[in-house]
Design a protein around this ligand. Structure first.
Ligand SMILES: NC(=O)c1ccc[n+]([C@@H]2O[C@H](COP(=O)([O-])OP(=O)(O)OC[C@H]3O[C@@H](n4cnc5c(N)ncnc54)[C@H](OP(=O)(O)O)[C@@H]3O)[C@@H](O)[C@H]2O)c1
Length: 339
């Protein structure tokens, strides 16, 4: 199986990516046990199917080490050229404190070593507290490290529209912001999309299939109990659904998506992903994968064959328009992470 050309995006002038990224939070330990050998085999299977772009973080358990090991195996088996076909986007999520050059450089050094790369393709920066303005110090040092060739591109994660705008205006060359975005959580549409459009910044989205809740598996199903929500993703997005409008309204959304999916000979998850991929400013959708335990390669590849029509969005809107406004309830993108 090879993905069509429409699966690719010129993310920057020198880096093209798959618009469905492989999310690696699932190897962190919060989603069940992961076997390293099976996980590496699954990473290779995704790569060979055309899912060449991985999303990870310094704190996702062994994720950065898995990228390093994948690269060493690829180099040994296929030569250095094969490495150019892998894009690995990591994050730095520092604890609050002084952001000196030495501290920032040391953190980046760890990721470079673990991932066995000379330069990070994309470093996505997270910050816990806007009251502590030392995020600007950290970002200035990261910009310097980019100039030195240790980072190819600089991104953010979970920044709100106001602070994204501030950072860009202060001259930091940000290419992307990673945020939660799904048919349940549409907060990016309030202000974030417009800031991204204005400054040519890509949104990379997570939670787009709500941990798997946006799928046939939950259509017509009774509300899951806490004990039945067996991964951190399922627990996180079930809480979102509760804040958004509850299980009965969510069932109406699943039913509407099912009608659309059947019409296009597709699936609920594919419709949920396609809708967000088509939204302004969205560069890619990150789909979490329990590597070596569960995968949806064939199904998710079909997102690129799916074209929604003029009836589909109004059908979805007729349900989501009756939900609570999560921007009013929670705040802008990422506000749930602020300390
Ligand atoms: N920056 C941040 O703060 C942040 C936060 C959360 C996530 N992320 C990133 O974004 C990635 C994705 O987020 P997420 O894992 O929270 O949410 P997600 O992608 O909505 O959920 C992942 C789960 O969706 C299920 N799934 C995928 N494709 C499916 C399909 N076609 N049909 C049915 N189920 C399907 C899988 O369940 P099964 O495993 O049960 O098959 C998978 O484990 C993470 O891995 C991580 O890289 C970033």
């Amino acid at each position: 199986m090879v993905l069509p050309a429409s699966s690719r995006l010129d993310f920057t002038a020198d880096l093209d990516i798959c618009r469905l990224l492989v999310g690696m939070w699932q190897v962190s330990g919060a989603h069940g046990r992961i076997d390293p050998e099976r996980a590496l085999a699954a990473m290779l299977a995704h790569l060979d199917a055309g899912f060449t772009t991985f999303d990870l973080a310094d704190h996702y358990g062994p994720a950065e080490d898995f990228v390093g090991e994948l690269r060493r195996r690829l180099r040994a088996a296929r030569g250095d050229e094969a490495l150019a076909g892998v894009q690995a986007f990591t994050k730095w999520v520092p604890e609050p404190g002084p952001m000196t050059r030495a501290k920032v450089e040391a953190a980046i050094g760890v990721s470079l070593r673990r991932m066995d790369v000379a330069a990070l393709d994309l470093l996505q920066f997270h910050w816990w507290d806007y009251g502590d303005r030392r995020y600007l110090d950290a970002l200035r040092h990261l910009t310097d490290l980019r100039a030195l060739g240790k980072i190819r591109h600089l991104g953010l994660t979970n920044f709100d529209a106001e602070h994204l705008e501030e950072i860009v205006r202060s001259g930091i060359p940000v290419v992307s912001n990673q945020v939660q975005y799904s048919l349940v959580d549409r907060r990016p549409e309030v202000a974030m999309s417009e800031v991204c459009r204005t400054h040519g910044i890509h949104l990379l989205t997570y939670g787009t299939v709500a941990g798997g809740l946006l799928s046939e598996r939950y259509l017509g199903a009774p509300e899951p109990t806490r004990g039945q929500l067996t991964t951190a993703s399922l627990q996180k997005y079930k809480r979102m659904i509760d804040a958004w409008g509850g299980w009965a309204l969510f069932q109406e959304l699943l039913a509407a998506l099912d009608v659309i999916a059947k019409k296009h000979v597709s699936t609920i998850a594919n419709v949920a992903v396609r809708t967000i991929l088509d939204r302004p400013g969205v560069g890619g959708v990150i789909l979490g994968v329990r590597l070596g335990e569960s995968e949806h390669i064939r199904e998710n590849a079909r997102v690129f064959d799916l074209a929604l029509d003029a009836e589909d969005l109004p059908r979805i809107e007729s349900v989501v328009s009756r939900s609570r406004d999560l921007f009013a309830v929670i705040g802008d993108c990422g506000d749930e992470y602020r300390r």
